[in-house]
Structures are given as C-alpha cells and as structure tokens.
Ligand binder design. Structure first.
Ligand code: G3P
Length: 219
C-alpha cells in the first residue's frame, strides 16, 4: 500500500514527509490554483521534498497537446514527476503515446471500472478513481474501488489503482481492505489516521508519572 498526499502545499508536504512514510504526491490544476504559486516551480519543489512519484497534470484537451505538454514537463521537471492525464478518449491516446516514450502516467477523473480498464489497457502507470466525488452524488464511491479491484483480479494488470478524492480515514481503511495499491489523501486525513484520543491520554499519563519518577531522583 502506497500513501500519497493530495496537495500542492509544500509546508504540508514537508510536515508529512518528516513522518518517513510518504510515498508520493498528487497535484491537479485546482490544487495548483489553491497554492497561489507558479506550476513548474511548485512541482519541482515538491519533487525535491518527496522521492516518490509526483503527479503533474496536463491541461490540453487534445491528444497532441497533452503529449506535447507531458514531454515538456518530463524534460523540464525532476525525474520523479509523472504525467497526470484526464480519462477521455484523447487522454487515452496520449497515455498510449507517452507510455511508449517510457513516461509514467496517472490517468485521472476515473468514475467507472470500464474507464479504469481502458486506461490500464493504454498502459497507464496509475489510474485514479475519485471516491469522494461519487459519494457527493449520493452513490457509494467504495463500490467503484471494489468493482475495479475485482476486475483487476481477472487479468495480469500492472497498472496501480490509486484511490483519490479521499474524504476521511474510513475511505483509506476500506481501500486497504479491498487491496487498492495506492491512496492519495489531504494532509488532514493523514493527521486523522495517526490520531487517537487514548494515545494522547495515555502519553500524558506516562509523562506525568515520569516527571514524578525524575522528581524522586529515580530516573
Ligand atoms: O487529486 C484528485 C482528487 O483527489 C481530488 O479530490 O477532494 O477535489 O474530490 P477532491
């Protein structure tokens, strides 16, 4: 299981990377906008903080434009940057071409098992089904992950399933139970995964008692 951060905020990335278990980072045009920073500058900075794959998304809508952007990003940015491509017919064709170039890709905005399978067939390194946005419509996003994982079971597919649009720790745990290869989540969810009131309470008790051990000269 790989844990990715879904953000373009370098302070958050530094904070979580310091825990030693961060495997990668995903960005998208909305997260870049939120950062308020220059796209290539911020992605290069992220790539220097985290060794794992850093997704940088193309913004062209036609195949030739996506391929051109993908090649330029790979040329100008560090080696661990991979190219995020929308799950459209044009994106599928771009994925096939960039894969043939030896460029790793992340096919994003996946909302059905069929789309995930098509992206895998085009050679995508990752496919990103969006759980939370399905939940937002009143349907169950986890059903999509279950469908994709059971489809994967039938074939020898190398493409990794990267569960995205994560809203809370329960999504992460459910993805792990279903065998999704990777989960990308906001820093808030990362922090929630590591937080438990009984850990805090237990630690406070140990510290209080240890202070008394020290005060008694027994440390
Ligand atoms: O990176 C894409 C995805 O994780 C977006 O999530 O929260 O905007 O639905 P969200």
């Amino acid at each position: 299981m790989e844990f990715f951060l879904d953000t373009a905020d370098v302070d958050e990335i530094r904070e979580i990377a310091a825990w030693g278990i961060l495997d990668g980072v995903t960005t998208n045009p909305s997260l870049i906008k939120k950062s308020g920073r220059d796209f290539k500058t911020v992605v290069a900075e992220i790539a220097a903080i985290c060794k794992g794959p850093i997704s940088a998304e193309v913004t062209a809508l036609d195949t030739a434009g996506m391929v051109e952007q993908g090649r330029i990003l790979k040329e100008e940015l560090p080696d661990n940057v991979i190219i995020k491509i929308p799950c459209t017919p044009e994106g599928l064709a771009a994925t096939k071409i960039l894969t043939a170039d030896g460029i790793n890709t992340n096919v994003t905005l996946v909302f059905s098992a069929a789309q995930a399978l098509m992206a895998a067939k085009a050679g995508a390194t990752y496919v990103s089904p969006f759980i939370g946005r399905i939940d937002d419509t009143g349907a169950d996003g986890m059903t999509l992950i279950a469908e994709i994982m059971s489809t994967w079971d039938n074939y020898n597919i190398k493409t990794k399933v990267l569960a995205a649009s994560i809203r809370h720790p329960t999504h992460v745990l459910a993805c792990m139970q279903m065998g999704a290869h990777t989960v990308t989540m906001p820093a808030k969810t990362f922090r929630q995964l590591m937080s438990h009131p009984l850990t805090d309470k237990g630690l406070a008790g140990f510290m209080k008692d240890w202070a008394e051990v020290e005060a008694a000269g027994n440390a």
